[in-house]
Design a protein around this ligand. Structure first.
Ligand SMILES: Nc1ncnc2c1ncn2[C@@H]1O[C@H](COP(=O)(O)OP(=O)(O)OP(=O)(O)O)[C@@H](O)[C@H]1O
Length: 931
């Protein structure tokens, strides 16, 4: 699972519907992976008696048949009836697996709308009757309740309280004891508790497995035929394999239980009082306090109502990057709909969601004074953030994850199908042999006892009874060997599948290459006609620009200003030593008024400002945490960052005019130092504050921030909000936007005229040499208030930008990559790289790590005409090293005068847009040829 989009299936609306009008059947689409067809069944005393009699008179054979075939058991014991009258429910999933589950009835005594809030939003309130009892059934830890209003069973995993329309309503309308008690009966304990079968049940399941029964029957047969040694050997193998399977099953269940079980003490709001309780007591609708230090993992799925958090969601996503969570706005809370959208896979919802089992890195309570004023009885002197419980137990995202491990998709591999077909053919042959020998034995007048033994013997010869047992032993050995290598297997048949793998797909960064990409350097835009490369030039305006040379260190780009006297009028030395023209810390002038090389008061190159602000780094306990690419980029600037203002009293007071993070060059003192230091009391300092950020989104391939320049003069913080009243000419009224992302997406969000002419050439140069290139862009926003800035939408921020330059990162292979690829090559396992990076960078990396031969020709697609969404678009496939060499559009073989070796050894790399076009418009034949 990568990126947040990978977690949890997306649910469809309209999940429970009737299959027909007869009220007997129902279809339930649980998620993309599970659809259930259910029907009501009823048992009678007569049918139960018939079942028992059949089991007895067949000597238990009928019992075994029913055990192996639930449909027969169901038909014997029950008959179809409406869902309203049923006491059993027959559940068939999309793989044809049938189970017969009993319907449980419990006392309830609450209004129907409490459990089925959705079905009462549009109907007359008079229909909202009190339900004395609730009827429900469990299936794979899902609970389905009978709704008398719709006469269908409805799941409780999508339950959303109709009161959750605004945060203040949630705060003010709390459940009473009776409601909490009823919710406990609907949702159960807040625990992902795996029900373990008893040892006896596990042994019975093992022993009554069809193959084991066949083995025992064979052993008895061979013993009757005096085949004691052979029968003894098979008995030994069977028993050993059963014990091994039993122990493995127990071990797996225990491991899963350890993984899933979690409880802690939390402070819950019950009856208007904050009390410590065990997390198992939590029900949807509860409010709980997340206190710093007392809670490490979230015990349920919740939405944040006040404060903010940083969490580690690697348990769900596999990505250990810190993720920020902010309080949910009213309109998002009101639109909460688990049927339509799984929060874990919704980027806009997941930022308010706290997922069960994820780790808390940092908690901040928010503006306590304001909250206490608004909700005095609830907030009071609370020091933590407050969250609303929305899902508990197996209904949480963690619960779904555990469920998918407990009930993996059934294997539909050809290997298994063929193995069973093979055994079936042998059984048919042995059946024919049985009939043939029966005929001969009768003709020869051999006694019946010998005839039966001989004829059945034939079956045990043709169908090897010990085959499954020996396979199970083999698998057990394989599992224990894997365990020694740190690979744990919860489903033994997957070991065989592992052996059948013939293609391996890798992502690039963090898998084949190192996670943290070192910055090779930066290249920014400078005016074309300028003699000097001046990184301090204010904006790459619409005049023609070119790329600067590569700057590999921050020292060459930015020099610490040295206070000198008589700065005004001094000549500007050639790069890099123009720093000393500054007076104090920030004043810097050129002697040419028509060409100011620097901006007074703000002598920082814009590309450095972008690198210092455009990231999602967090400061936790003094350490920087975040995307390794962001960390390396920020570390390159050498700037200081302040994100958690809790320890800086002076900064906390002003909270930097709404900034969530501030950055400043190393020589600018922190705000509290400024105000307390007499030496700096009258100086003017600048720093940058991020007032709004749009996180990196993988499919947009970019992230952006809105930044404000802060200027501290004495003890006064000066920012936008002071602009009107201040006469200080050095105030910066505009907010600025910095965007960084894939160079390919910059073309659609930047003003193309701000691109240097050789943009594509330079990009090609670096990507072709295996570097990851990130483009940076900038714009000034119209003058507006902080409140309007905070309401800005991503589309309006990330448009009409001015291109600033490239940051070039090195892609270093991990030490283990080359040997692993070599081993896979030896094993003839095909390898594919799937990456979000530039296609040329990816090709270079794949050549370097041996994924493709260095000598191989590689062809990439280019749209000669049209775009990925146009059916009549034309794609040409060109050699990356020689664009004259192309693939034939029909045969997909290199065109022209090509040597046979070249013809034999070429590869194709496909880009996202070409793949999209092929998916939609290419013929099957072309698709097959390409893949
Ligand atoms: N933190 C970031 N900020 C801005 N842009 C980024 C960031 N990380 C990646 N990108 C850009 O977005 C593109 C897509 O990134 P994504 O994370 O989806 O790919 P990826 O998973 O890094 O690919 P891989 O891991 O296979 O190299 C990258 O090629 C890069 O240009």
């Amino acid at each position: 699972m990568t990126s947040r989009a990978g977690i949890g299936p997306r649910r469809q609306p309209q999940q429970f519907m009737r299959l027909s009008d007869n009220l007997y059947e129902q279809e339930v689409i649980v998620d993309d992976d599970l659809t259930l067809y259910t029907s009501g069944r009823k048992s009678t005393g007569l049918r139960s008696a018939i079942y028992i009699i059949l089991c007895v008179i067949t000597g238990g054979i009928y019992y075994l048949i029913c055990r192996w075939n639930t449909a027969i058991e169901m038909k014997t014991k029950t008959f179809p009836c409406s869902l309203a009258d049923a006491d059993y429910i027959c559940i068939k999933n999309q793989w044809g697996e049938i189970s017969l589950n009993r319907i449980t009835k419990i006392d309830f005594g609450m209004k129907a709308s409490m459990i089925f809030p959705r079905s009462f939003t549009e109907v007359d309130a008079s229909q909202d009757i009190i339900l004395d009892h609730l009827r429900f059934y469990d299936y794979r830890y899902f609970k389905f309740f009978f709704n008398p209003n719709t006469e269908m069973f409805e799941p409780n995993y999508a339950w959303v309280d109709s009161n959750w329309t605004s945060v203040s309503r949630v705060f003010l309308e709390q459940d009473d004891d009776q409601e909490i008690h009823s919710k406990r009966s609907i949702f159960g304990k807040n625990q992902v508790e795996i029900q373990e079968k008893s040892n006896f049940r596990l042994l019975v399941d093992e022993v009554l497995h069809p193959f084991f029964v066949f083995q025992i029957a064979s052993i008895i047969l061979w013993s009757l035929d005096d085949y004691y040694y052979y029968a003894g050997a098979i008995l030994f193998i069977s028993v050993t394999s059963s014990i091994a399977t039993f122990l493995e099953t127990k071990r797996n269940i225990n491991r899963m239980k350890d993984l899933s079980r979690f409880s802690c003490h939390v402070r819950l709001l019950r009856n208007g009082v904050w009390v410590y309780m065990n997390s198992e007591e939590m029900v949807p609708g509860d409010l709980f306090e997340i206190e710093s230090g007392s809670l490490n993992l979230f015990p349920c799925d919740a939405v944040l109502l006040t404060g903010d958090c940083i969490v580690n969601e690697s348990m769900l996503t596999g990505e250990s990057l810190p993720v920020s969570k902010s309080p949910i706005p009213d309109q998002e809370l009101a639109s909460l709909d688990f049927e339509a959208e799984e929060p874990a896979s919704s980027p806009h919802m997941s930022k308010y969601f706290l997922f069960s089992g994820t780790k808390i890195i940092r908690i901040r309570p928010g503006n306590q004074a304001e909250l206490s004023k608004k909700y005095p009885s609830i907030i009071g002197s609370r020091k933590g953030a407050i969250a609303l419980v929305v899902r508990t137990g197996f209904n949480t995202t963690k619960g779904s994850l555990i469920r998918s491990m407990l009930f993996p998709r059934p294997n539909t591999f050809k290997f298994y199908r063929d193995a069973f077909r093979f055994i079936g053919v042998l059984a048919v042959i042995s059946g024919l042999g049985f009939l043939g020998s029966l005929y001969n034995f009768i003709k020869l007048g051999i006694n019946w006892e010998t005839i039966i033994i001989r004829a059945l013997d034939l079956i045990t010869i043709a169908v090897p009874p010990a085959l499954p047992a020996t396979m199970a032993i083999g698998t057990s050995f394989a599992i224990s060997r894997l365990r020694k290598s740190g690979i744990f297997c919860t489903s033994p048949p997957r070991v065989n599948i592992g052996g059948k793998i013939n293609i391996m797909c890798f992502d690039k960064t963090g898998t084949l290459t190192e996670e943290g990409l070192d910055v090779l350097g930066v290249r920014f835009t400078v005016p074309n006609e300028s003699r000097f490369e001046n990184p301090y030039h204010e904006i790459p305006s619409l005049q023609p620009v070119r790329f600067s040379r590569m700057y590999r260190t921050i020292e060459t780009l930015m020099t610490k200003p040295v206070p000198i006297s008589g700065a005004l009028g001094s000549t500007v030395p050639e790069y890099p030593s123009f720093g000393p023209t500054m007076s104090g810390v920030s004043i810097m002038h050129s002697n040419d008024p028509n060409n100011p090389v620097v901006e007074p008061d703000f002598p920082y190159p814009l590309i450095i400002c972008a690198m210092a602000t455009c990231h999602s780094i967090k400061v936790v306990g003094g350490d920087l945490m975040g995307d390794p690419l962001d960390l390396k980029m920020f570390q390159f600037t050498n700037w200081n960052i302040e994100e958690d203002f809790s320890s800086n009293v002076a900064a906390k007071k002003t909270v930097r005019n709404g900034a969530t993070l501030t950055v400043r060059p190393p020589w600018v003192p922190a705000y509290d130092t400024v105000t307390s230091s007499k030496n700096f009391g009258t100086e003017t300092f600048t720093e940058l504050g991020v007032v709004k950020s749009f996180e990196f989104v993988s499919n947009l391939r970019r992230q952006s921030v809105v930044v404000q320049r802060f200027k501290y003069s004495g003890s006064t913080a000066v920012g936008n909000s002071f602009t009107e009243s201040s006469s200080d000419p050095g105030i910066y009224p505009e907010y600025e936007v910095f965007v960084k992302g894939a160079p390919e997406v910059m073309q659609s969000i930047c003003d193309i005229s701000t691109f240097p002419k050789d943009y594509n050439e330079q990009l090609r140069y670096y990507t072709h040499h295996g570097y990851r290139v990130i483009a940076v862009a900038y714009k000034k926003l119209e003058s507006m208030s902080l409140a309007s800035v905070q309401k800005l939408k991503r589309q309006s921020v990330e448009t009409g930008l001015l291109f600033l330059g490239f940051i070039i990162f090195e892609n270093k292979l991990k030490p283990g990559t080359f040997p692993v690829i070599k081993t896979l090559n030896k094993a003839a396992i095909r390898q594919v790289m799937c990456t979000g990076d530039n296609v040329l960078t990816s090709i270079s990396v794949s050549r370097e790590c041996g994924l493709v031969k260095k000598s191989s020709r590689i062809f990439i697609p280019r749209f000669e005409s049209g775009q990925s969404h146009e059916e009549d678009a034309r794609i040409v496939w060109e050699d990356v090293d020689d664009s004259n060499l192309k693939l034939d559009p029909v045969t997909f073989k290199p065109n022209g005068d090509v040597s046979p070796e070249r013809l034999a050894d070429y590869q194709m790399a496909i880009t996202g847009d070409a793949f999209q076009w092929m998916l939609e418009f290419a013929s099957d034949e072309i698709f097959e040829k390409v893949f």
